[in-house]
Design a protein around this ligand. Sequence first.
Ligand code: LLP
Length: 418
Amino acid sequence: MHHFNYVQDELFCEEVPVAHIAEAVGTPFYLYSHATLKRHFRAFDGAFAGLKHLTCFSMKSNSNGAILNLFAREGGGVDIVSGGELYRAQRAGIEPGRIVYSGVGKSEEDLAYALEAGILMFNVESSQEIDRLNEVARRAGKRAPISLRVNPDVDPKTHPYISTGLKENKFGIDIDDAPAEYARAASLAHLEVMGISCHIGSQLTQVLPFVDALRKVLGLMDALRSSGIRIRCLDIGGGLGITYDRETPPPPEEYAAALKQTLAGSDVTLILEPGRVIVGNAGILVTRVLYTKTTGQKHFFVVDAGMNDLMRPSLYQSYHAIQPVARRERPRLTADVVGPICESGDFLAKARELEAFEPGDLLAVMSAGAYGFSMSSNYNSRPRPCEVMVQGGIFHVIRRRETFEDLVRGESLPGEPA
Ligand code: LLP
């Protein structure tokens, strides 16, 4: 459920016509619905009511401060993967005790920064990281709270680039090696073992892989208990999918019910790291048709947003619905929607049946709230788009459009002060 709807053939975000925003801020731009964000957060978090839990929004999916701040006010925490994300979390007012930190390549500086900030838990991903964190904590005269991120070898049945829980993936510690690593970590003076974490992949459309992974993690928890290591938190990552096209992922209640049943009264705090399921369908990318063109048999709509603005179609061949901002009765044709970037891989949609758009028409690229802006770049020296949030009948620019000056900020000639 989201708040992007047509009213007499005109696309609205909540109570604001999308075309009005385009007039005011130009194109392309990302547009988020406050009511949808809030609703999705509450639907997800609420599904776990009755269970000790913490919903840590996975901010790699969308790291805009206004969005993080909204979740902070709802009582959420965040899942971070870098020092930069920690900085953003702090600025957005997320309590440090609600921050968990994953990632296979945490630098020493980032570990020290997060330790100093007092985050809830480090999800440690390798044997060497255990030692590095212990050493960083020793120097700081602290104890670092940790979980080991285990790789349960469960197939999430999703795109290979975003599956993480198979033995062949780079993530986590092999679950079979985990007992020995836990024993080692528990013996180190500057680490405090708190939990087990696990994230098997993203855009999952079935409940079963989550349940399989949780079962394996619970098995490990029991084994650790019998060797005297008590686990207080289970972080089961994110990964619940959304509908981009025809997918039918389980709703949060069904996901939560399956996990609750598998947990069967275990006395642990459950940590969840949802990203896409909360923000994915709460945001769109609005772009304008620059040109239409036909080469041989093929039709193209050349629009002013490219793969630098929304990378998902190029990188994963992923589907994003494309809708007109003003619907009209007109012939339809099959076309590619392409951007201005100098690469044939620069497309937003391929062989899509669409209205015969004309230059100047506004298009909405749907389901772009997750991994949209956060994966954008300045490739081809294109300033990144602005981000706008609608709240009821008003809209706010929550990140201004970049300027040409922004593109060269920080550059210097050899010999000049950097
Ligand atoms: N926790 C960890 C440790 C993760 O690695 C991820 C995502 C999440 C949570 C959140 O997963 P979500 O609930 O959003 O599925 N760029 C790709 C997705 C990459 C996901 C990476 N990890 C895409 O655009 O589809």
